[in-house]
Ligand binder design. Structure first.
Ligand code: SDX
Length: 384
């Protein structure tokens, strides 16, 4: 096989517009700003569903009946505890690493004790998926408590997935309306086609590596500021702007310096991200509920300036622009925003791994080599 040459090849940097898989899990209409999970619009799911039910939908393809939902949630709630060695490890870590690095480390550690660690059949993969989905919130909350020198708050079996996470962070049962808003935010983040972190999970899984390895790959990928890490940086930006009247100047300068405004733009959406629309409503609602419009007024001004300056280029708010304001009012510290993204997206990651490996093919794209060829080897002593 000769070296690959340019002719006859289609090279798309960043795999832009390249179809790398076929999936029935979610679909995005980037022009109209629509996202569907297994055929159901996320607006309907945000209005009527919850984390457990939508997770079941994504993992198994249909909305569960009452029995299926109860059984699935029981499995999820029953798998929240961490292996003792992982708990002890979380207690021994320094307080400064980024929580996304802790998520990678602790999940890889938990993998060593997973009862199905040497099994690769579908049923074992499903059991591992449920354990991973159940454990990420516990890892995140335990580390947050450990780095503050506080006692761990054990998972509360009476609370659903969203409320239990907020409870494990603070030790207090969350306001029911706040917990519901957090649950909706998780539903909005569950899946999103072949985004970078999902693709990362699939590349790992396609080599027939294990579920934990695939999810650790995805966590590392989500951490990046161009992907899941943007939500934390949006809050940094809003706090740096400080007041609504300073937003115009800040944004105009940034655009002039060709800096990317975090929380805006998308490879697929060329209109407002439907998730951002819903999160914007809740960010405003919570700002009014807690009588603190400082951040939302800055954000609204940023959106107004960006709309005037770059909407013609198809740059609009994405899921990360308003999510941080919601999380802030729910008492979630800023450096946990991306772990919260992972706590939701792990459902999509595991669903895609289960789906893709059912008809697996290892990912192995080609590279167009543009380096030299036919060079002589020059012995060390003859080199200048
Ligand atoms: C997520 O893929 C997914 O589905 C991801 C996600 C999911 O649910 O999994 O939706 C979650 O990751 C949302 C995106 C979070 N990231 C950010 O908010 C970071 C800021 N956004 C950008 O870095 C950017 O918009 C990306 C990475 C999201 C998309 O990048 P693309 O498609 O590669 O676009 P690009 O960088 O080629 O930009 C095209 C043009 C450029 O201008 P020109 O050089 O052509 O003049 O648009 C400009 C860019 O400069 N542009 C921006 C911008 N995003 C693009 N200009 C200012 N601010 C921005 N945010």
């Amino acid at each position: 096989m000769p070296f690959l040459t340019a002719e006859g090849q289609t090279y798309s940097k960043g795999l832009e517009n390249v179809v790398a898989a076929i999936s029935a899990i979610s679909a995005i209409d980037g022009k109209e700003g629509i996202l569907i999970y297994r055929g159901i619009d996320i607006e309907a799911l945000a209005k009527h569903s919850n984390f457990g039910e939508s997770s079941y939908l994504l993992l198994f393809g249909d909305l569960p009946n009452k029995h299926e939902l109860e059984h699935f949630c029981a499995d999820l709630f029953g798998a929240r505890e961490l292996p003792e060695n992982v708990v002890n490890c979380l207690k021994s870590l320094p307080p400064d690493p980024h929580p996304m690095d802790i998520l990678k480390l602790a999940l890889a550690h938990a993998a060593l004790y997973d009862p199905d660690k040497n099994r690769m059949n579908r049923k074992a993969k499903i059991r591992k998926a449920i354990r991973i989905i159940a454990q990420l919130p516990t890892i995140t909350a335990f580390y947050h408590r450990a780095r503050q020198g506080k006692e761990f708050i054990m998972p509360n079996p009476e609370l659903d997935h969203a409320a239990n996470f907020l409870y494990m962070l603070s030790g207090k049962e969350p306001d029911p309306e706040d917990a519901k808003i957090f649950d909706i935010a998780l539903v909005l983040h569950l899946d999103h086609g072949l985004n970078a972190s999902t693709f990362s999970a699939l590349v790992t899984a396609s080599t027939l590596s294990d579920m934990h390895s695939a999810i650790v790959s995805a966590i590392g990928t989500l951490k990046g500021p161009l992907h899941g890490g943007a939500n934390e940086r949006v809050l940094d930006m809003l706090e740096e702007i400080g007041r609504p009247e300073k937003a115009e100047k800040y944004i105009m300068n940034a655009l002039k310096e060709k800096r990317k405004i975090m929380g805006f733009g998308h490879r697929v959406y060329k209109t407002m991200d439907p998730r951002a629309k819903i999160l914007k409503e809740y960010a405003i609602k919570l700002s009014d509920k807690y009588n603190d419009r400082r951040l939302i007024d800055i954000a609204l001004k940023v959106e107004e300036v960006m709309k005037r300056e770059v909407s013609k280029k198809g740059i609009y708010p994405n899921v990360d622009f308003y999510s941080g304001i919601v999380y802030k009012f729910l008492g979630i510290p800023k450096d946990l925003y991306t772990p919260v993204f992972a706590i939701a997206r792990v459902v999509g990651w595991t669903a895609h791994v289960l789906e893709y490996t059912e008809a697996n093919r290892i990912f192995r794209p080609r590279v167009l080599y543009n380096g030299p060829i036919d060079r002589e080897y020059i012995p060390l002593e003859q080199r200048p």
